[in-house]
Design a protein around this ligand. Structure first.
Ligand code: IFM
Length: 444
């Protein structure tokens, strides 16, 4: 890739992204409390081969080396997540200074390396004690989140300016409480509807807590942003795609950017919205400083009389390239969702907070020749450049992910990293795509 083939403004941020439970390990160290993912992963049958995040990438001990690796790659920003159970082990109550100390050192070292920290305050590791009290179906969890955020802001807010409140609220509510494929593994539609509202309320309350603790902060939420399209121009298919977009994307974006839930999604879910109290929508729709967009694939919907539109299927055309997650590779969708969001909302500065790909990487003579990932990234960077050219206020691009890690229910079976993790030795090897990314950052 040459500078002329891609046009990104100066100051555009190139980063990598990770999440605490996926990389840190050290789950019982320095006073960390139990999270719902510890409990879920240790429950037989919930993850591939019973794999857990107990060790993950051992980042809690190897973080200095990992930052040095990012510095060598030349990334200028890093999106990591802060583990709530390290900071407030029981979810509410006493703050654990040792847990906060880890992030304090991480932030200082990132800044010394010239890498801007963009932490996420919640990437799915709810303290188990809060789940025992009802989890995200319980309104009190949103208030507990705000108080945890205040603790973090007071400790790090003098040096960290850019924050994400919640990562992918769709996954929190839908996968955690409706399908049960993620922790806490509940399959209760009423709890999922309540979780949708409470996790968004947590976003709003968390923003206000952070602004009180660190007035100069910039805040936003990172949402799932699959590209929902219809199988054909048939009105039934178009309606199905619109409904899928409403249930899976607008249900989370409309409240924060418009202050209301989309009526079609509410009706489809048969949600009576009893949880929504006066004043909640104002809290949820408080102005954000930036929006995070996590894009992986497109979803094609069929006529709802044939297929449940709220569960759109990935494209099923065997000739189209897929990742090892079974997701179709479709770079144009990144441009299309960004342009659609820009048309539909008054977008704040926007970041691609996640985009990346899992392939079956192999070490050959000590290297990983992942030409497929390089091509994937190149196509997606081009799509991002097209979105910029079309007027989307795009400010940066964080690749999911820095290094192969614990991919939730898929355990260690999916490799998304720019860096290969040899889990037995914890050796890291920069993949060819990582070296290529370093060149791109240099050129742009
Ligand atoms: O690994 C996850 C991440 O935690 C959240 N977004 C999607 C990624 C790939 O599945």
């Amino acid at each position: 890739m040459t500078r002329s083939s891609l046009s990104f403004p100066s100051g555009f941020l190139w980063g990598t992204a990770t999440a605490a439970y996926q990389i840190e390990g050290a789950v019982s160290v320095d006073g960390r409390g139990e999270s719902i993912w510890d409990r879920f992963a240790h429950t037989p049958g919930k993850t591939r081969n019973g794999e857990t995040g107990d060790m993950a990438c051992d980042h809690y001990r190897r973080w200095r080396d990992d930052i040095a690796m990012m510095r060598d790659l030349g990334v200028n920003a890093y999106r990591f997540s802060i583990a709530w159970p390290r900071v407030v082990p029981n979810g509410t109550g006493a703050t654990n200074q040792a847990g906060l100390g880890f992030y304090d050192r991480l932030v200082d070292t990132l800044l010394e390396a010239g890498i801007t920290p963009f932490p996420t305050l919640y990437h799915w590791d709810l303290p188990q004690s809060l789940e025992d009290a009802g989890g995200w179906a319980n309104r009190q969890t949103a208030y507990a989140f705000a108080s945890y955020v205040a603790n973090v802001g007071e400790r790090l807010g003098d040096r960290v300016h850019d924050w994400w409140t919640i990562n992918e609220p769709w996954c929190v509510a839908e996968l955690g409480y409706r399908t049960g494929t993620h922790a806490p593994g509940r399959t209760d539609p009423a709890a999922a509807a309540a979780a949708t509202h409470h996790v968004l309320l947590a976003h709003g309350l968390g923003m206000s807590a952070m602004r009180a603790a660190a007035p100069q902060c910039r805040l936003g939420i990172a949402v799932n942003a699959d590209d929902h399209i219809s199988r054909s121009a048939h009105p039934g298919d178009i309606a199905a795609a619109e409904l899928a977009h409403a249930v899976n994307t607008r249900l989370y974006l409309d409240p924060v950017l418009r202050g209301e839930y989309p009526t079609s999604a509410v009706a489809h879910r048969r949600w009576n919205q009893a949880e929504v109290r006066p004043g909640d929508m104002e809290i949820i729709s408080a102005p954000m400083d930036h929006l995070g967009v996590n894009y992986y694939t497109r979803r094609i919907s069929h006529d709802p009389k044939v297929v449940d539109a709220a569960r759109p299927q990935p494209i099923v055309q065997p000739d189209l390239p897929q990742t090892t997650m079974g997701w179709e590779i479709y770079a144009d969708g990144l441009r299309d969702v960004l342009v659609r969001f820009n048309n539909d909302y008054d977008l704040p500065p926007t970041y691609i907070t996640e985009s990346g790909v899992a392939f079956a990487d192999e070490v050959v003579d000590g290297a990983i020749h992942d030409e497929d990932r390089r091509r994937y990234l190149e196509d997606h960077f081009a799509a991002a450049a097209e979105a910029l050219a079309a007027g989307v206020p795009l400010r940066g691009y964080f690749i999911w992910t820095l290094l192969d890690n614990f991919e939730w229910q898929h355990g260690y079976g999916q490799r998304f990293g720019l860096v290969y993790t040899d889990y037995a030795s914890q050796r890291r090897i920069i993949k060819d795509s990582g070296h290529w990314f370093a060149d791109v950052i240099n050129l742009t």
